[in-house]
Design a protein around this ligand. Structure first.
Ligand code: FES
Ligand code: FES
Length: 159
């Protein structure tokens, strides 16, 4: 057991755990952040995606020791002010979820994509979401939601 310091959603947290503990377990169990989900546990499904230093990535296969120097954002941190993030609102408006299990990971991949490429093509959206699986088959609506989110963010920026 060792003490680790993590930057999550703009705040610093200290947790005591084995250095090899997956970041996902620390987020959910120690920090009580229920947004990232456990799916495969092997970096293959995207359910646990968070943004680490600007890049969406799995948290189930990232040991906590390796995450200590990074800025981590979970879906829980997107609506910190109480208002939904534009990407969350676009997913809601586009009814881009059935069971919702994949949704937080999809949203985190989308936020990272649009930060890097504010006006992606449909193909670029599909490429960016390659690591996120949806067992309910809502991919069409998810792609539509990402494109709608891009338009929404552009409109917000123009205000
Ligand atoms: S639970 Fe992490 S990628 Fe599937
Ligand atoms: S909405 Fe059910 S897994 Fe995607």
């Amino acid at each position: 057991m060792e003490e680790h310091h993590l930057r999550v959603n703009g705040a610093t947290h200290s947790v005591t755990c084995d250095p090899g503990t997956p970041l996902l377990d620390v987020l959910r169990a120690d920090l009580q952040l229920a947004g990232p989900r456990f799916g495969c546990g092997m970096g293959l499904c995207g359910a646990c995606f968070v943004i680490v230093d600007g890049h969406a990535r799995s948290s189930c296969d990232l040991p906590v020791w390796a995450a200590q120097q990074s800025e981590i954002t979970t879906v829980d941190g997107l609506a910190a002010t109480g208002a939904l993030h534009a990407v969350q609102q676009a997913f809601l408006d586009s009814q881009a979820a059935q069971c919702g299990y994949c949704t937080s990971g999809m949203i985190m991949s989308t936020v990272a994509l649009l930060a890097e490429n504010p006006a992606p093509s449909e193909q670029q959206v599909r490429n960016a979401l390659e690591g996120n699986l949806c067992r309910c088959g809502t991919h069409q609506r998810i792609v539509a939601a990402v494109l709608a989110a891009a338009r929404r963010l552009a409109a917000e920026a123009a205000r």
